[in-house]
Design a protein around this ligand. Structure first.
Ligand SMILES: CCCCCCCC(=O)SCCNC(=O)CCNC(=O)[C@H](O)C(C)(C)COP(=O)(O)OP(=O)(O)OC[C@H]1O[C@@H](n2cnc3c(N)ncnc32)[C@H](O)[C@@H]1OP(=O)(O)O
Length: 223
């Protein structure tokens, strides 16, 4: 697993995000527009040519491989390509997770046409992905080390409608490197999907040791 600190300062990261996040929002809007457009074929053909030109322009300078998860100098992860929360990833729902003092995490999200499974309803895989992300984050943030999903059990209580949804997750217990977590998705009527996860802080993961060492160095330099 790759671990690297970014060369960018906090101001440079904020500046980059101020440009990139609106671009991601526009591409997300494009995806929705393509799904729901009813314009004529000639407009679609012209749109494709314009989009291809934009892609060619962006390919002018590309990072090899995936985005990865670089860390800021304060050791905050920057998972900008992440499938569920990536700030550069227009496929990711606009999920923004809030972490609370009691160790829980919540998110409010509006899922549109791009996340449909059954007609008018959220795709079950999307629900599982969002819950998986929230379970991973609630443990990783509250424990201070990255945790992987070992086992994820999802229960679909009733259909989840597209539109505004609330998510919540909390850690319910732990045994050594294993953390037991619960999460749910709710619409206005209450929970539609629940998930139980066993999240694991992997053994002998170089990134853990590296994080611990860097945290200790940062703490010492702050004294
Ligand atoms: C901020 C971050 C947000 C991230 C959000 C996204 C979350 C994700 O999607 S993560 C990606 C999906 N998950 C993966 O790819 C994980 C793949 N699996 C692995 O890497 C490893 O098998 C891993 C890390 C789960 C366990 O590896 P390792 O640390 O070697 O475990 P190991 O030493 O064998 O076992 C440790 C304990 O966990 C248990 N365990 C191991 N694997 C599992 C499992 N899959 N399910 C349940 N328990 C397990 C063992 O039984 C053992 O328990 P005990 O201590 O009671 O005997």
């Amino acid at each position: 697993m790759d671990f690297r600190l970014t060369d960018m300062t906090d101001d440079e990261i904020a500046q980059e995000l101020s440009v990139v996040e609106p671009l991601t929002d526009s591409v997300r809007d494009l995806i929705d527009a393509v799904i729901r457009t009813e314009v004529d074929d000639d407009v679609l053909i012209a749109a494709r040519e314009q989009i291809d030109a934009v892609v060619t322009s962006l390919r002018g300078n590309q990072k090899p491989g995936s985005y990865g998860v670089p860390f800021t100098r304060k050791l905050h992860g920057m998972p900008y390509g992440n499938a569920a929360v990536g700030k550069r990833n227009a496929i990711a729902p606009p999920l923004r997770v809030e972490h609370h003092d009691d160790g829980s995490a919540t998110s409010e999200v509006v899922l549109g046409a791009a996340y449909e499974g059954p007609a008018g309803l959220v795709h079950g895989g999307i629900s599982a992905m969002l819950l998986d992300q929230l379970l991973g984050e609630v443990v990783s943030v509250s424990q201070g080390v990255p945790c992987f999903t070992g086992t994820l059990t999802v229960k679909y209580l009733r259909p989840t409608p597209l539109g505004p949804l609330s998510l919540r997750a909390e850690t319910t217990g732990s045994e050594g490197r294993k953390f037991f977590v619960h999460a749910e998705i709710s619409d206005a009527e209450g929970p539609t999907v629940t998930a139980e996860g066993i999240m694991i802080s992997p053994a002998n993961m170089p990134r853990h040791e590296e994080l611990k060492r860097l945290r200790a160095e940062l703490a010492a330099s702050a004294e």
